[in-house]
Design a protein around this ligand. Structure first.
Ligand code: BGC
Length: 473
């Protein structure tokens, strides 16, 4: 199947997972939870390490070029880009670093796509105002966005407001798997809403300032909900509630300009309603997105709530693991490439065929003991299979009239994840922690290089042809 020229293949990186140490005096939300909960981060690695991008940026761009990447999504760290949050003054060193990066990408004909937040709320705004619980923090986010728009205006043609806006509310305050392990679903829902308001208001500002290009939100984790037993009313009810969160929570306001009415009623009934005024609803309604970025890793299987699972959303639904499905065991995630196709059809048919792209999709696993060829190259055939099948369904959807304009993997390099740190690896390039974070291509790097060059994809891939003896791309 031919990949049309307008369909772009790229990859995504993020600030605090890549950069390394910047300024001791300021910490973002992730640096803060690392400091306060260090013992739960695998082998002690944290955001102070990133994967040494600050020192390896030029070298990395050369590697992107060698892979043939057509676009590269990066995130800007609000905490680092701005010095004084109240007055939104831009940090010279950090902003110039990213300007050099953007220029280098452009010189190498790689389109930069920028995202303005990836869980990097300034820690001090969390401490002083409880983060996105506060309207003032929403205002400060918009001020920051304005500075970023003006700083990069003309160079960036695609902008995004938030990456995975659900993750911190969900993992810190609803399911509370992450520090501060504070179960407070009402707060989680308020944060989600205020991120919708902040996104709409940043979009409003973007348009008022006549910034070049288009703007959206993403990556939204739209996790298509699959109910355990469609004939069991309790499971179906649980599935409907799960859909509010995993399918509609951000997508509906972003694309349609309003929330699901039944969701609002349900919140009220449960005493979970959030503060919301006319002005906010008007801004959400009038500032819908030009496009969305979707982070797709796995579908979400749901059943009625289990008795042992009664915290956060657990009161309303539980996850369900189907023992017959294909799994990425290390990560505990189901592998379901066809679901990406279903998601594309949903966006086409239920969301006005909004333009979108896969902003993140990838395979993370423990690679320490995995096989290597005689030159020591990591043979990550599982990653080739994973990427090939997901890319295939994105391309198929594109060819069938879905407005999907591209596919980005998570990620180019192995990098740091929250808590798991470097335990699971995600990159086309292995990062050798004990060897000054040296990058070495894995077999999947040769796969994507050829795929981008030949632009022809089938569901089954002959992996033997990427078995290289030499070690240079
Ligand atoms: C996030 C990344 C993270 C990855 C693996 C994605 O959903 O956007 O930041 O590293 O998951 O956990």
């Amino acid at each position: 199947m031919k990949i049309n020229n307008e369909f772009k293949i790229g990859s995504s990186i993020s600030s605090w997972q890549y950069e390394g140490e910047f300024d001791d005096l300021k910490e973002n939300y992730m640096e803060r939870i690392y400091r306060l909960d260090k013992e739960n981060w695998f082998e002690g690695y944290g955001p102070q390490h990133g994967c040494d991008f600050f020192n390896k940026m030029e070298e990395d761009v050369e590697l992107y070029k060698k892979l043939g990447l057509q676009s590269l999504r990066f995130t800007l760290d609000w905490t680092r880009f701005i010095d004084d949050y109240d007055n939104a003054t831009v940090n010279k060193v950090y902003s110039e670093f990213y300007m050099r990066f953007v220029d280098l990408l452009l010189e190498n004909e790689i389109e930069p796509i920028i995202i303005l937040e990836h869980w990097d709320l300034p820690g001090v705004l969390y401490e002083k105002y409880d983060g996105y619980s506060s309207q003032y923090v929403v205002d400060l986010y918009v001020k920051y966005a304005e500075q970023a728009f003006e700083f990069f205006n003309g160079k960036i043609k695609k902008w995004l407001t938030f990456n995975e806006p659900i993750v911190i509310p969900e993992l810190c305050f609803s399911q509370a798997f992450w520090y501060p392990y504070d179960v407070n679903l009402k707060k989680a829902i308020l944060w989600m809403h205020n991120k919708n308001v902040a996104s709409a208001r940043a979009i409003k500002k973007f348009r008022e300032l006549n910034i070049e290009g288009i703007i959206g939100i993403g990556g939204l984790n739209v996790e298509i909900v699959k109910v355990k037993d469609e004939t069991n009313l309790e499971d179906v009810k649980a599935g409907e509630i799960a859909k509010y969160f995993f399918e509609k929570k951000f997508l509906m306001p972003a694309v349609k300009g309003y929330y699901d009415y039944e969701y609002l009623n349900w919140l009220k009934k449960e005493g979970l309603e959030f503060y919301c005024d006319e002005e906010q609803l008007k801004d959400i309604m009038e500032n819908t997105v030009d496009f969305v970025g979707i982070n797709y890793y796995h579908p979400r299987r749901i059943q009625s709530p289990l008795p042992e699972d009664r915290t956060g959303y657990g009161k309303y639904f539980s996850d369900y693991h189907d023992s017959n499905v294909e799994m990425n065991v290390d990560r505990g995630w189901e592998i379901s490439p066809e679901t990406l196709y279903d998601l594309a059809i949903k966006l086409r048919d239920e969301y006005d065929n909004i333009p979108w792209y896969v902003n993140e999709n990838g395979f993370g696993c423990v690679e320490k003991e995995k096989s290597r060829n005689k030159n020591g190259m990591l043979i990550d055939d599982y990653r080739i299979d994973f990427i090939n099948r997901h890319l295939y369904y994105a391309v198929k959807a594109h060819r069938e009239g879905c407005n999907c304009f591209g596919y980005h993997t998570w990620s180019v390099m192995d990098n740091l994840s929250p808590f798991n740190a470097f335990k699971n690896r995600y990159g086309y390039f292995e990062v050798e922690l004990e060897n000054n974070f040296k990058r070495r291509p894995k077999k999947s790097a040769f796969y994507i290089q050829e795929m981008i060059l030949n632009r022809d994809i089938e569901l089954c891939v002959d992996k033997s042809k990427y078995e290289k003896d030499e070690y240079e791309l």
